[in-house]
Design a protein around this ligand. Structure first.
Ligand code: MF3
Ligand code: CO
Length: 251
């Protein structure tokens, strides 16, 4: 396993500024996630506001990606590409994923939104994803093994009868969007690196209504469930503290 970079106070301070700014933008953007808006409109808003808050939209230019955000509807699990052709309608379940960097240090977060009326299954899927993320964050502390986080997520999600996507994972984060370690959303407890104060992780359960299998569309990004079932995704960037975790992407 590659080395996990421990961040000092000044790096963490920058990641916190990035994280809080993104959390603020996620609140602002909620009023735009309405019937008739396009996912391009939402992306353009987020990018403009990031510039105003002195954040660099770190997804733009990453692995050839051309937008500030990833906006995934319904059966799109992650990495939906914003488009003028994707128009939101009542009943849509929308996930917005964004990475912003402040003075070179990144925060990564994803939130979900309901357009108009949400179906009961969308609400249940969303709340289980949130519950899994919150439980995973509550587990984080120095001395905990990384796979204890993974197994916490899997246990909660599978107990509710939902699927855990295997093809994507959370990750370390810092100057780069993706640093070691990979933070799997499934696995047995008691394995992997021991968490230490100053490690920074993006934890991001991706869960499905039916099969956990996904396929990537011909655009090279959009990841959909193979069976058309709904998918939920929520993500926070955290730092391991002396006695637990601080969530950098919440206000
Ligand atoms: N939260 C996403 C991830 O960890 C952010 C990807 S940035 C992109 O996969 F540039 F790849 F889009
Ligand atoms: Co991420």
């Amino acid at each position: 396993m590659e080395r996990i970079i421990i961040k000092n106070k000044s790096s963490i301070d920058k990641m916190r500024i990035a994280g809080k700014a993104l959390a603020q933008l996620m609140q602002e953007v909620a009023s735009m996630v309405i019937p008739g808006a396009s996912s391009h409109d939402i992306d353009a808003f987020m990018e403009r506001r990031m510039h105003e808050l002195e954040l660099v939209p770190a997804c733009k230019g990453y692995a050839g990606y051309r937008h500030a955000t990833l906006i995934s509807l319904n059966d799109v699990v992650v990495h939906g590409i914003p488009s003028k052709e994707i128009i939101l309608k009542s009943g849509d379940f929308v996930k917005i994923d964004v990475v912003g960097s402040y003075k070179g240090y990144c925060a990564d977060m994803a939130r979900y939104f309901f357009v108009g009326e949400a179906s009961p299954v969308a609400r249940r899927l969303a709340s289980v994803a949130q519950l899994a993320l919150d439980a995973a964050i509550a587990k984080v502390a120095p001395g905990v093994r990384l796979s204890d986080i993974s197994s916490t997520i899997q246990e909660i999600v599978e107990k509710e009868g939902f699927g855990i996507v295997r093809d994507f994972a959370g990750h370390g984060i810092g100057k780069a969007i993706h640093e070691p370690p990979q933070v799997l959303n499934y696995g047995k407890p008691g394995h992997g690196p021991v968490l230490q104060e100053g490690m920074t992780l993006a934890i991001e359960p991706m869960i499905t209504e039916k099969s956990y299998k996904v396929r990537i569309m011909s655009d090279g990004w959009t990841a959909r469930t193979i069976d058309g079932g709904l998918a939920a995704h929520v993500e926070d960037t955290i730092v391991v503290t002396k006695d637990g975790a601080e969530v950098l992407t919440r206000l």
